[in-house]
Design a protein around this ligand. Structure first.
Ligand code: GUN
Ligand code: ZN
Length: 438
């Protein structure tokens, strides 16, 4: 819907992680002009109202308009097992994850979870996600169908596993992984807002033949993203070394099979060797920080300060359901806490950038989403910076926008998301009043 949205606005003119908070621009009385699903202009409310006197106006009051959140790594099939107690990675996969993923051989179940998951994301202000599906093609179809129905820009792919380290029922072969991934890719990649992602789960559940087959598929479709996991837990790294004795390190298991590249997304990337850090940076591959998952499963502390300083590309993610939340606000809070333990207090502008433009850049989508900039798609949210009494009483004392927004980052949840817009259309959220136009 075309129109002018009024409120506080937050936009980025650069990358605050490298240029400081001055790379973010805040307007106390700002406006965003939406035309044909895209952002046509941003600026001061008075200026845009004068320039577009006939545009219908939606006034969001003190609400903060910003780009929708972008979650660069998640597992939608794990929605039902989020917050499962007491295990570390390998036991957690075997005890909770794999049994749940087996249920996705039922397309009706997959469709039900996909719809529920995307609605949870939208109510949490996430407008784009990069998700793993399961080995079942129907889990991919239902995910993309649910996103298409909602008008969401999403990326996802069939999770491939062919080693006997994965249970019977979740295993394929190198050839089946190639064939089925290719068929899904041909059906869904660039269909509307959908993007297919080539998805080997991780080296411990794939044979070298399967990694090579998926590497070949990527070489044939280099504009696709490729997502996987890397160096999440030390036990996992030992396991990789025992399964791939020739590999120089964990990353080498991907590199040797054509699975290291600029459009690669490597989830977790906590316990990296210097060679791995260098290769990832040189190829321009993206590391995806999953902070609530890293504390929940007990994986370790991502080296945000070091990796940013070295110039690595970093995105931010929930990693639902290893991550303990659907909310990118909660993910920013956890990234802040891990940053503190690593000796760098990430500034609110850095956290917000990582959760929007940073993740969009990691997913190579920052020409379309991630910032309220003319030409980008109008996927945006309205944040209520006083959504609970606890947050409101702290925000009231704020002397600038960063102090006003930080309590929402640290303590906010879906109640802070006053509205979510996809390509300029308001998402109707159950139990919330619909957004009205003046
Ligand atoms: N490594 C391989 N698979 C998974 C998964 O589903 N979740 C997490 N957190 N790590 C993984
Ligand atoms: Zn993951």
């Amino acid at each position: 819907m075309n129109g002018l949205h009024l409120g506080q606005t937050l936009t980025f003119t650069g990358d605050p992680c490298h240029e400081g908070p001055g790379a973010a621009r805040h307007e106390r009385r700002g406006a965003v002009l939406v035309e044909d699903g895209r952002i046509a202009a941003t600026g001061a409310a008075d200026d845009l109202r004068a320039a577009h006197p006939d545009a219908p106006v939606t006034d969001h009051g003190d609400g903060l308009l910003m780009a929708g959140f972008v979650d660069a790594h998640a597992h939608y099939p794990q929605t039902g097992i989020i917050a499962s107690w007491g295990k570390r990675l390998i036991d957690w996969l075997n005890a909770y994850t794999f049994p749940e993923e087996m249920r996705f051989d039922d397309p009706a179940y997959a469709a039900d979870v996909a719809g529920r998951y995307l609605d949870l994301l939208l109510s949490n202000g996430t407008t784009t996600v990069c998700s793993f599906c399961t080995i079942h093609p129907a889990s991919v179809e239902t995910f993309f169908e649910a996103a298409e129905l909602r008008g969401m820009r999403v990326a996802g792919g069939r999770t491939c596993m062919d080693r006997d380290t994965a249970p019977e029922g979740l295993r394929d072969t190198a050839q089946a992984a190639y064939d089925q991934s290719r068929d899904l890719l041909q059906r869904w990649h660039r269909r509307g807002r959908a993007r297919y992602v080539i998805t080997p789960r991780f080296s411990p559940t794939s044979t070298p033949e399967q990694l090579s087959a998926l590497g070949a598929l990527w070489a044939e479709n280099p504009d696709c993203l490729m997502q996987t996991h890397l160096s999440e837990q030390t036990d996992e790294i030992d396991w990789v070394k025992s399964l791939y004795p020739q590999a120089r390190d964990y990353l080498d298991t991907y590199q040797a099979h054509g699975l290291l590249g600029r459009n690669g997304l490597y989830g977790h990337a906590i316990h990296l060797e210097p060679r791995e850090r260098d290769r990832l940076r040189e190829t321009g591959a993206a590391l995806v920080h999953c902070p609530t998952s890293n504390t929940f499963i007990g994986s370790g502390l991502f080296d945000m300060p070091g990796l940013l300083a070295e110039g690595n590309t970093v995105g931010l993610a929930t990693d639902t359901g290893g991550g303990s939340s659907f909310s990118m606000l909660r993910s920013m809070a956890a990234a802040y806490e891990i940053g503190q333990l690593r000796g760098r207090a990430l500034h609110p502008s850095e956290l917000l950038w990582l959760a929007t433009e940073g993740s969009a850049r990691a997913m190579r989508m920052n020409d379309r989403i991630g910032n309220l900039e003319p030409g980008r798609e109008a996927d945006f949210i309205v944040l209520d910076l006083a959504s609970t009494p606890a947050i409101a009483q702290r925000a009231e004392r704020a002397s600038d926008i960063w102090e006003a927004i930080f309590p929402t980052i640290m303590m906010g949840d879906d109640r802070a998301i006053a509205a979510t817009y996809l390509a300029g259309h308001a998402v109707q959220q159950p139990g919330r009043p619909s957004t009205s136009t003046q």
